[in-house]
Design a protein around this ligand. Sequence first.
Ligand code: ADP
Ligand code: MP5
Length: 267
Amino acid sequence: MNKALTIAGSDSGGGAGIQADIKTFQELDVFGMSAITAVTAQNTLGVQAVYPMTSEAVAKQIESIGEDIGADAVKTGMLFNAEIIESVSEKIKQYGWENVVVDPVMIAKGGASLLQAEAVHALIRHLLPLSIVITPNIPEAEALTDTPIRTREDKEEAARKLLALGVKNVVIKGGHDEDPNQSSDLFFDGTEFVTLSTKRIPTNNTHGTGCTFSAAVTAGLANGASIYEAVQTAKSFIQAAIKGQVPIGHGHGPTNHWAYRKSSHKE
Ligand SMILES: Nc1ncnc2c1ncn2[C@@H]1O[C@H](COP(=O)(O)OP(=O)(O)O)[C@@H](O)[C@H]1O
Ligand SMILES: Cc1ncc(COP(=O)(O)O)c(N)n1
């Protein structure tokens, strides 16, 4: 029984955060568990409120899993503040977890802050060195490296800077790219750059794409895949999920977490 733990925020609307992660784990045959860092009141229109947990409450949830069940892979999403980042990092070290996927969530698509600006430094200092792979989108990669990203060369430069911070592997996701035809993610393991491209799907329903993608990478690692294999499957999973669409709510709708299972053509 392969088990994965997500340490992230709750999205009441069900499209991102903990909810997206657990749905994705389930779809990829992994037993999903959670440590909730914050409760958000959220829907397809945006984030209406954020209620962070105490760092103690987060640590306790992780201990409950570490002391009894264990985890084959762990992912982090919304961590909100420096105290939570520090206690999550401590617990990851305590339990010796190595398959750690860090999705450095900073800002929701509607603009709400999911990580306090002063916590970026704590993320870099405490958590990034414990990760096996990090999955920033373009604005997050820019914030972590102080590098504006416009071109492919900029992405490579940012990826190199992230590895210099102690990161072992990185995927810079291309959802925010200008390219109208392709959505291309750049994978870098310190030696080779590999681009994973799929056809860009014209849609507003991209709420939770980043969470879903990094959860799929985590599920792959829990199932024993290599990092690159896990990233490849995650790219197919998110492509199917965006294509599948779930047109609910009045704003940016979520992705379809069961579409990959149902699709006969896994791209
Ligand atoms: N319109 C789209 N069509 C196809 N793939 C997309 C689209 N938008 C995002 N993606 C893919 O979804 C994943 C998440 O990317 P991104 O949206 O950049 O993350 P985030 O949600 O963290 O901002 C990446 O694999 C990216 O290439
Ligand atoms: C609780 C929570 N965590 C993360 C996101 C980011 O979502 P996205 O995957 O669209 O960047 C979110 N909107 N809410």
